[in-house]
Design a protein around this ligand. Sequence first.
Ligand code: 13P
Length: 236
Amino acid sequence: MRKYLIAGNWKMNSAPSGALDSGSTYQTHADVDVVVFPSFLDLPGCIDAKILCGPQHGHTEDHGAHTGDVSLKMCKDLGCLYALCGHSERRADHGETNEDVAAQCIAALELGLHPVVCVGETESERDAGKEKDIVKAQIAVLPLESEITIAYEPVWAIGTGKTASPEQAQEMHAFIRSLIPEDRRDVTRILYGGSMKPDNAEELLSQDDIDGGLIGGASLKPTDFGAIVEMATSLS
Ligand code: 13P
């Protein structure tokens, strides 16, 4: 019922070689939604290459005196369709709070951008048994009645090679789904992110409540990213 969404987060890296060529694996696929979050510099190239894309962050105000920022509106005007909100690296490096993330999500919706909102606990929060409380607080402020995508990215699994087990991920995804209002519960996509690779994608994507992936490191390798897209296609 929910179409898989496979998203690449290129973080502060240039577009992988060949990514913007026609026929690249980052372009639209028939049975799976494929989206890329490049740096601001690569957004125009992605749009020219007909890759569905969005910024990794955007200012909520349309324009103004905010040195170094780029607004969600500017991204929308450029041709973006998506916006990543609240990645844990933004929360950690730039002090984005749950409320800041919700404001970005709402601003994106108002502009007609589809928000992909990241949530997830740190290792110490999980060790303290607080992972559900943390994620619940991150989710509670979001406009869950709207068409948004949630990405569960346990911070301890990002870039560490330490993936959440399919059971751990499924448990959290089911918990997140239970927090979504009933009329959106079955249609809202919840992606998993954190060291997703071709060799663990199948067991993660096979879980009932995992509707795709938000992929960092492996999204910079076109072959690996393509293999994950193919896996999602074969599971569709
Ligand atoms: P990795 O796939 O490199 O662990 O990164 C995940 C991530 O942060 C995607 O947003």
